[in-house]
Every structure is written in structure tokens, then in C-alpha cells.
Design a protein around this ligand. Sequence first.
Ligand SMILES: Cc1cc2nc3c(=O)[nH]c(=O)nc-3n(C[C@H](O)[C@H](O)[C@H](O)COP(=O)(O)O)c2cc1C
Length: 355
Amino acid sequence: MAGDRTTEHNVGTTHGRDQSAATPLMTLTYRSRATTPLSESQLSDLQHSAAARNRAENITGMMVYNDDRFFQWLEGPPASIARVWSSISQDPRHADIEALSVHSAPTRLFANWSLKLTTGLGDPLIGDLTAAAVSSTNAAAERLAALVIATEPSEARLLLLAAHAEFRSISALTELLIEPAARCLGDLWADDDCGEYDVTLGLCRLQTFLREVAADSVQQHSEHPLVVLVAPLPGEIHMLGATLDAEALWQAGHDTRVRFPSTEQALERIVATSWFDAVDLSLSPAFTREHRIDRMSHIIDSVRRASKNPALVVIAGGRAFYDRAASSADVHSDGSSTSAAHLSDDIARARRSHA
Ligand SMILES: Cc1cc2nc3c(=O)[nH]c(=O)nc-3n(C[C@H](O)[C@H](O)[C@H](O)COP(=O)(O)O)c2cc1C
């Protein structure tokens, strides 16, 4: 995009390894609005002096300036964060300052930057990352798909962090941004705008970034926790769907077991040796995989035969079901899932009709 600009203050490798494993690490995100629009040189001055102080304070992070709004992620020792935050929150260059999250973190996400600045996340992204705005257009998902296959994916990571700070829900982040971005990656490939390797890389990175933002998520209490096996269909190399499903089911309070069986026989052994109330098998969230539908029905038949639970409920997921290229009848499942966000309900519905 014309006018996109990303500048970096690379601080080498020392921040990546906090001197002591016991050093506590805190992260803080906030957003604000510039009191008067900043020129390029004012922004550059701000970044240079902030990066210098961050270096001295052992702080790393990233900042977006876009559409006269700021979004910033800071990480470092709690006392340093408190000192710098005290300065930032009194700085007259911005107003409407809203802290979005403050919590301890296991590792740094922007270890190589004392302050990475970007103005290129696509307008009006920061202003309009509300769930309503993101769901009404595919622009944020398209942007995320493009950023996640870039050589350096930290802007994709920041976009997800900013969206998570806005939505405050992993399930909304999954349904409104991550799953649509996975489909956008598939579309880029179908249009010859990227290779299959890029799609796989992009999906892996989405999976990694999801784990980072979901690190502090909490499990809800469930009145009826189920033991659920979550697995990609053997032979499916795209694991993102299973990861999203597992996170969603765990959050809903289920006893979730994630496995990656490489063969049909390995999957049969898992269901033959352990009790599961339900099995969630997924195909790629990016590609439709029409040629795997027959095989999926065959595998689901053999999973039922091998299952320790004769009333096993099987749910099928993946882009094929979102696009309605396949239905649960086609694959002999008890239900199909179009988003991890609804999987727990899909399983409950399938169990009711199974009973
Ligand atoms: C949007 C915005 C982000 C900022 N980010 C940082 C930062 O990451 N680190 C930092 O030391 N100062 C940052 N500053 C500058 C501080 O507000 C402050 O000017 C600077 O730390 C000097 O602190 P002092 O005025 O208390 O001496 C930022 C300012 C603004 C307006």
C-alpha cells in the first residue's frame, strides 16, 4: 500500500533472553488518539526518544500510528512498565488514552524491537477494529492474510493483539478474524497470488499467534463437560482448524484431548483405547479439499466401528463445510462445524439428535 511505512529499532538479541528465567515480565496495551495529527518527523522524533528510553528500561514493544490513532504493546519488567506508562499517560501529544490490558507474560513477543513503529496496517484499522466493523467487511481478514505470509510477520501479530484487545474474546477473534484469514490464504493460493508453502506457513503463524493471545484465557465451568477428541483428519497437514477447535472446546469447559494421528489406524487405536463422548475431525480451514470427502466418510465409519463408545458423536469441520461443498451426510458425521466458535453448541445439538 502506498504510504505504508514500518521502521524498526532492532536491539539485537539480549532482550529475547531475559537475564534470569525468574525475571517477571509484564505486558501492557493501550490505545489513544493524537491531540493533533503528527507529521512524519514528529512521529520519528517520538519513536527515537521512546526507543532510547525503552532500551534503557529493558522494554520492548510495537506501536501503530494510523488514522490519528495509536495502539501500543509494551513488554518488560513491571517497574519499568509502570515508570514509562506514567510518562505516556501524561503525554499531551495524545488523549482518550484507554488501557486495554495489563498482565504478566511468559515471554516477549517483540523481543527484537525496543519500539517497532508501523503506520501501515491498513486504514482505518485501528479506528475500526470493532467486532461490528470487522464482521461487515473482509478487509481486516485480507490484511491479516497478507501480513501473515510476509517475510517478517510482526505486523500480523500486532493486528491480532489489537483485535484481541478490542474483542476481548478468543471466540470472536477466531470467528471474525482468524478463520476468515485462513480462507483468504486459500483464496490467495487459488488466485495464484501465493504458493502452497505460503499458505502452510501463514496457517502455522496464525496458530502460533493464537496461542500467544490465548495464553491467559480462562476455562468456563460446564455443567456437562464432555471428553472430546480433537484431531485433523489423518493426512491433513493444516492443523490450525484442530488448534482453534481445541481452544474453543477447552474454554467451554470440556475435557479436550488433541491428537495428530498420522494414519487412519493410529486414529482407530486412540478411539479404541480411550473413551470419548465426541470426536471432532477437521479438514483444512484454508482449502476446500473436495477430493478428501470420500476418504473422510470412510474414516468416520471406521472410527465409529473402533470406538469404545458405541454412541460416539462425530463432528466434521473445515472449509469444505463452511463453503457447503460438503455436508455431514456426505461424510457420515453427526454434525458439521463451520466455526470453532460454535463447535460446543454443534456437539450438544448432535448429541441431542443422536439420543
Ligand atoms: C503515543 C505515545 C507513545 C509513547 N511510547 C513511549 C514508549 O514506548 N516509551 C517511552 O519511553 N516513551 C514513550 N512515549 C513518550 C513518553 O510519553 C514521554 O514523553 C517520554 O517517555 C519521556 O518521559 P518524561 O516526559 O516523563 O521524561 C510515548 C508517547 C506517546 C505520545
